[in-house]
Design a protein around this ligand. Structure first.
Ligand code: PMP
Length: 398
């Protein structure tokens, strides 16, 4: 008997497992629409020009590799805060927001989860049905009971806003509600501004703790427009959390750049919360890595590089929108009508409406890889694969 002889084999990660399967597939026409990664018109992961320029500047002025502060690069934290809440935000002026650098959006969610577990150990967590798979796993691992609120309505192909509000209103005070700030993953359906006000009403009336997950700022309408949700909360909700990811918006997936922001009642409370958050960080990985955050800090802090970033992010957003239209057209050309809803969705993903069996056939017969839930990554479509993908989808729908 060894120490680990009783350890069971865990199932492979649903999405990363799909990538393994894709890599092993020998079909020359294979297309990976499984993982949420933006690819350019040539099917390549882009290196943004603003990122390259920032790195060149960093190389030109080499620095020694010291430890960072526990909560990360101070200028980075300030830049992120201003990006998320708006530079003129009264909350920032009042010192009510703390922001700590985190290991991507996932790291930010985990820091927030660990902090909340300490503050509200009895609270339940509510996530959308469906949600990004890791929400359930991450909050469960952090010790919470995780339940779901209604979100996607398969009949109307949209958000079941009334169902969502009813579920939020039924939640006990203190319940932690994880909300996708924009570009809902996996459905691609976001709430309209008036719906957000109803969510905020439910959060305020029910004394719920909102945790906004902002993994795709700039991919729906624009950086400012997508940030409006956070500002709407800032106007009416006393304390809430925001996780930020720059994996997609800067195409910095492997650098693990993100941040956790916590809105507190006043500056004194914010200082106490930060002191506890630092313990969460210190006992997990001591302090974060430098390189990725230094890139983002350089770009956000330089007007020219920042303008370039805004432009490049806009190009990614526009290309995805073009691919949505092209997919609908490709499906029509292949004899599939009634899929216009694909262009109503925003962000990297489309809930294609295909069943698990159809998604499996798409994989095994056509080497087109999406998740069993019917989610496909529109950001991986391009002129070279769209006709084949449309025809393959049409074939499994017949
Ligand atoms: N939240 C959501 C909704 C996501 O889709 C993702 C990325 N797939 C994350 C968080 C995590 O972001 P990161 O890759 O920066 O950890």
């Amino acid at each position: 008997m060894s120490l680990f002889s009783g350890v069971e084999q865990a199932p492979p990660d649903a999405i990363l497992g799909l990538t393994e399967q894709f890599k092993a597939d020998t079909n020359p026409r294979k297309v990976n629409l499984g993982v949420g990664v933006y690819q350019d018109a040539n099917g390549k992961l882009p290196l943004l020009r603003c990122v390259e320029a920032a790195e060149q500047r960093m190389v030109a002025t080499p620095t020694a590799k010291g430890y960072q502060a526990i909560d990360g690069l101070p200028t980075y934290d300030t830049e992120v805060k201003e990006l998320v809440f708006g530079a003129g935000s009264p909350l920032l002026a009042a010192g009510r927001v703390i922001t700590a650098q985190a290991l991507g959006g996932t790291g930010a969610l985990k820091l927030g989860a660990d902090l909340l577990r300490q503050v509200s150990p009895e609270a339940k967590v509510l996530i959308s049905n469906p949600s990004w798979e890791n929400h359930q796993a991450l909050f469960t691992r952090a010790g919470f009971t995780v339940e779901k609120y209604r979100y996607y309505d398969a009949q109307t192909k949209g958000v079941d806003v009334d169902g969502m509000i009813a579920d939020l209103r039924a939640a006990a005070p203190g319940t932690i509600v994880v909300l996708h700030a924009c570009c809902h993953n996996p459905t691609g359906y976001d709430l309209a501004p008036a719906d957000w006000q109803r969510v905020i009403d439910a959060v305020v009336d029910g004394h719920l703790t909102a945790f906004l997950d902002m993994a795709y700022q700039g991919f729906a309408q624009g950086i400012e427009e997508d940030g409006a949700v956070v500002r709407a909360f800032a106007e009416r909700v006393g304390s809430f959390l925001v996780s930020t990811s720059f994996s997609k918006s800067f195409s910095l997936y492997g650098e693990r750049v993100g941040a956790l922001s916590v809105v507190c009642a006043d500056a004194a409370e914010a200082a106490r919360v930060l002191s506890q958050l630092k313990i969460v960080i210190r006992t997990n990985y001591s302090n974060p890595p430098t390189h990725g955050a230094a890139i983002v800090e350089t770009v956000l802090g330089d007007p020219e590089l920042r303008a370039q970033w805004v432009e490049e992010l806009g190009q990614m957003r526009d290309r995805i929108k073009q691919m949505r239209t092209a997919l609908v057209e490709g499906l029509v050309a292949a004899g599939v009508q009634g899929r216009e809803y694909i262009t109503d969705q925003v962000g990297m993903f489309s809930f294609s409406g295909l069943t698990k069996e159809q998604m499996q056939r798409l994989r095994s017969e056509y080497a087109v890889y999406g998740t069993d839930t019917g989610r496909i990554c529109v950001a991986a479509l391009n002129e070279g694969n769209i006709a084949y993908v449309s025809e393959s989808i049409a074939a499994v729908l017949k």
